[in-house]
Design a protein around this ligand. Structure first.
Ligand code: I3P
Length: 109
């Protein structure tokens, strides 16, 4: 699955709140492949190597949990992604349908 996702980092490893200056929203082209959610700067192109930066932004979603971000109301279609190492990301999808589809696919892994 792939598509545009806008990310906000809410908590870092071990659940510590992401500090000011790194809490902004950033738009990515997301690609879910196996157990990894790649958050890429540019649109997915087959047969190209993943860049260093894109690898850094990749999120391991094994044992992660995606839910609708019911406690976040500033933006629409936002899901909350909790990873196994206690990071928390808010991810905004372009539509309700897309958000539900991402939640379903992430939790299926
Ligand atoms: C953050 C940025 C986010 C904002 C966040 C700020 O600043 O303005 O958009 O979240 O507020 O800290 P920075 O880019 O300097 O990290 P919202 O869009 O959700 O308001 P927060 O600290 O209350 O999460």
């Amino acid at each position: 699955k792939h598509g545009v996702l806008t990310r906000k980092s809410h908590a870092d490893m071990d659940g510590k709140r992401t500090p000011r200056g790194r809490r902004g929203w950033k738009k990515f082209y997301a690609v879910l492949k196996g157990m990894i959610l790649y958050l890429q700067k540019d649109e997915y192109k087959p047969d190209t190597d993943i860049s260093e930066v894109d690898l850094k932004n990749a999120v391991r979603i094994h044992h992660a949990l995606a839910t609708r971000a019911t406690d976040y109301s500033k933006r629409a279609n936002v899901l909350k992604l909790k990873t196994s190492d206690w990071r928390v990301y808010l991810l905004q999808a372009p539509s309700e349908e897309e958000m539900m589809s991402w939640i379903f696919r992430i939790n299926l892994v």
